[in-house]
Ligand binder design. Sequence first.
Ligand code: NAD
Length: 381
Amino acid sequence: MSVIGIPKETAPGETRVAMVPGHLAMLVRDKHTVLVEKGAGEGASFSDEAYTKAGATIVDGSAGIYAKAEVIFKVQPPREMVGGKLEADLIREKGMYIGFFPPLTEKKVVDSFLRRKITSFSMEYVPRITRAQSMDALSSMATVAGYKAVLIATEHLGKMFPLLMTAAGTVPPANVMVLGAGVAGLQAIATAKRLGARVEAYDVRAAVKEQVKSLGAGFIEVPFEEAAEAAGGYAKEQSAEFIRKQREVLGEHLSKTHVLITTAQVFGKKAPVVFTGEMIAQMPRGAVIVDLAAEQGGNCELTEAGKVVEKDGVTVVGAVNLPATIPTDASMLYAKNLLNLFKHLYPKADATPDYEDEVTKGACITRDGRVVHEAVRNSLQ
Ligand code: NAD
């Protein structure tokens, strides 16, 4: 039995919460004690009363949570707070952290976890294998982002998505191109199709062609032989020559593209810049680009993370943290992923985690004052 703490997220603009009342009941049934910071679920429309009803204890302020909780559930990685204090340092010594946490870019957090022997699990590192699908928060959040990207495009576009035949004339459908047909891209394709747009997509992994087609979208072929797939189903970084060919082929489609949604990423690397300013200038006036890779540098040369910029009549949205703009459902999905990981670690309340298990091993970053994740350890050296 553990004391689990759910502090309110402190990152600017973060509205999600790591556990929702509906899923929390399962932890209480397993005899865990759950402490929730007052107002933690407010941004996602979950009231303190709902948490209390589900069996949690509401604590005023995060200090009381961090002082008592053995396990902390979070959405955003621990941050540096005003005055330089580290949120990571608040977690109890020898405690446990479960949440998003990219260890390669959060060195101060890693140091704090090592110094204070915290066992940390990163939601980004949950292996993307079939057995761990129910714990895959990257996929859940990408689904939300892919959906929202289309809605953002509709807001900026001066056209409607569907074909409309009206007494006042025929409105042709919008043409949408999606770059990258991973989890976010496939959801963007499905959402744009539901709204009636004409959709085409491209991905370096040939395996997704069938998935794109099954959603009723066209697949753009780039005739160039290069291995595209790395371990775990992720894409490999492509050569400069390949990107040149890709630009040439995709560029031919841009003069008719009203909406471009870009999602191309290479795990652990900067996102590939596929669309140059010159290419974007070929798009029709009023066209909209929503770049979901903005936080990793963006797939378009003009993208500025967190900003909406306009150039040559094209609006470029550097989308960041879209799941926080749909906080109720994003929190429900995230909380379920986290709960499933926790239940995997502790199938019974009094169990101890099996650190040799593939999923546990893949997601565990630090333990007993050591970086136990081999790939992370090698990269940090
Ligand atoms: P991602 O966010 O890392 O990348 C998005 C997409 O961009 C990928 O489909 C990738 O192939 C594509 N891409 C990369 N470089 C590109 C380029 N230059 N041009 C065009 N496209 C480019 O990926 P993701 O959506 O998180 O997941 C990718 C894949 O990982 C999945 O489709 C699947 O095969 C695998 N996966 C497996 C599981 C599972 O089994 N549990 C879960 C999720 C994902």
